[in-house]
Design a protein around this ligand. Sequence first.
Ligand SMILES: [Mg+2]
Length: 259
Amino acid sequence: MRVRVVLLDMDGVVWLAHREIPGSSEAVEILRASGAIVGFVTNNSFSTRDDHVGHLAAMGIEAGAHLYTSAMAASMVVPAGARVFLCGGRGLAQELERVGAEVILAHENRGVEHVDSVVVGLHLEMDYGTVSDAARLVRNGARFIASNADPVYPTPDGPVPGGGAVVAAIQTASGIAPLVTGKPHRTMVDLVVGSLGRLDTGDVWFVGDRADTDGGFAAALGCRFAHVLSGTDIEGNPTADLVARDLAAVADHLVGGNR
Ligand SMILES: [Mg+2]
């Protein structure tokens, strides 16, 4: 069957901390040359859309029209005019401002009162004071929104704490669980399906390095899942439709026979 759409997770699939996983740029070219739409779906809410486009361009990959981040998903559940306490990076700040929210940066504003939402992602300035303020605001009734719950972020030197580690600190201190908007959750499904239309057909593939977030997201979309071992997971999930060393091997499997 011809492949119609291939959606790629980025960290651990295309790159490790923006260092290309060998063969990924060629794999994207091969998939596009076959006629497939190639898009990108990342739980990374720290980088802005422009950052992602720039990092892809540095590897010779054109981002194209289909780039979706968990920061975009988080901004979908925040109404215009909302006062948001943000424990997160530039990507989240930019998407929240795009929808008309008032963004209060946690690490620059201590002792804040009366916010509508606490939005959390990877937050490099996280410290005891930011966790303390965020937990207090959530306990006092602010809506707790997490862009993602990924425990780690894969780098060439091994995993480092991800957005989920920041979320866990605030969740533990507040005793309240967040609405998570990134993969594999509903808001991200709505974002991607709202843009690309139905994806629950056999000619759509999702390629990811995490069985929980990426495999779960493919299941939520109703598409096929290719599990690559170039990132966080070192063993293939038995429920994946394809387990492969890396994206180059996936491209070869999906369209290699047609070349
Ligand atoms: Mg990944």
